[in-house]
Design a protein around this ligand. Structure first.
Ligand code: CP
Length: 325
């Protein structure tokens, strides 16, 4: 791909059954991810221009299908589509005919009759995006399915680390600490998948009840219940909110105890590497999982994560619709 004036020159578009999907980073190789980051660099240049628009996806339609609430993901996908001149059709469950008894399948078939080329889908059920690929010939991007995966969030997190960690020399040997409600977190699962694939080590930290055993045997993942141990030598520390919407039963002794033991604070960052980044995928509950002053401080890249969501998602849309993986 090359940038010419205000245009991006693109290759021919694969459509229909040949469409590629982004359901899970498990299906993407490290070299495909590095290529996606290279495309993101180009898209980031577009977003730095006065006129933040190129015709790369003119004639394509992107459908955003959100069966769960979202601020960042939905808006940044829509921004990413429009910045490349794609049309956008937008579905929000709360304002739809789901409340009149229409099934998920019939809802999706109805939307698919409007012929979008790519769907971005978020759903509370794990596997929902994958299921959608059985009902449409369009490309499908998973924007979060239950606690399973949120691949574009992990991509923008890793891209933010690559572009913002001073003296970045690669992911090999980098150490990411993820602190909080790992059990219910699709962001944690996708970040483990991505960062370890790129050669980094990941430390997962939380109370016993919120730290799943599924990673216990992973060669590049360490589990701990102590925040100071998690942040020790970390290049980046990511705080996760308590996902109460996915909690069934009492998993915490008390919020006050959780705060005192698991809140990521300026004090806990003293154990991290000099220049370590503070990250949070959002939405953030200040002074619960992260100290407000830390979130607003000089090491925080939380706003950069949001900003990078746009070029990363531009690259995803571009790669799936007209590029090559
Ligand atoms: N990080 C994230 O997925 O945020 P939203 O729920 O606002 O999309």
């Amino acid at each position: 791909m090359t940038l010419v004036g205000t245009t991006v020159q693109v290759a021919a578009a694969p459509r229909g059954p040949r469409a590629r999907h982004l359901l899970d980073l498990r299906d993407w190789s490290a070299s495909e991810i590095h290529a996606l980051f290279d495309t993101t660099d180009v898209m980031a240049q577009v977003m730095e221009r006065t006129i933040k628009k190129v015709p790369a996806l003119q004639g394509f339609t992107v459908g955003t299908l959100f069966f769960e609430n979202s601020t960042r993901t939905r808006l940044s996908f829509e921004r990413a589509a429009r910045a490349q001149s794609a049309d956008v059709i937008s579905f929000a469950a709360g304002a739809s005919s789901l409340s009149k008894g229409e099934s998920l399948r019939d809802t999706l078939l109805t939307i698919d009759a409007m012929q979008a080329d790519l769907y971005v889908v978020r759903h509370a059920a794990a596997g929902a995006a994958h299921q959608l690929t059985n009902w449409t010939n369009a490309a499908v991007v998973n924007a979060g399915d239950g606690r399973r995966a949120h691949p574009t969030q992990a991509l923008l997190d890793a891209y933010t680390f690559k572009t913002r960690f001073e003296g970045f020399t690669g992911f090999e040997g980098a150490r990411l600490a993820i602190v909080g409600d790992v059990l219910h977190s699709r962001v944690a699962r996708s970040n483990v998948e991505l960062w370890t694939k790129l050669g980094a080590d990941v430390v997962l930290c939380g109370p016993r009840t919120l730290l799943p055993s599924e990673f216990a045997e992973h060669p590049n993942v360490t589990l701990t219940h102590r925040v100071e141990e998690a942040t020790e030598g970390a290049h980046a520390v990511m705080a996760l909110r308590l996902q109460r919407e996915r909690m069934h039963g009492a998993l915490l002794p008390s919020l006050a105890e959780y705060r005192s033991r698991y809140q990521v604070t300026r004090a806990s960052m003293r154990h991290a590497r000099p220049g370590a980044l503070v990250m949070h995928p959002g939405p953030m509950n200040r002074d619960v999982e992260i100290e407000g002053a830390l979130a607003d401080g000089p090491s925080s890249v939380i706003q950069a994560q949001v900003a990078n969501g746009v070029p990363v998602r531009m690259a995803v849309l571009y790669t799936l619709l007209v590029g090559k993986r």
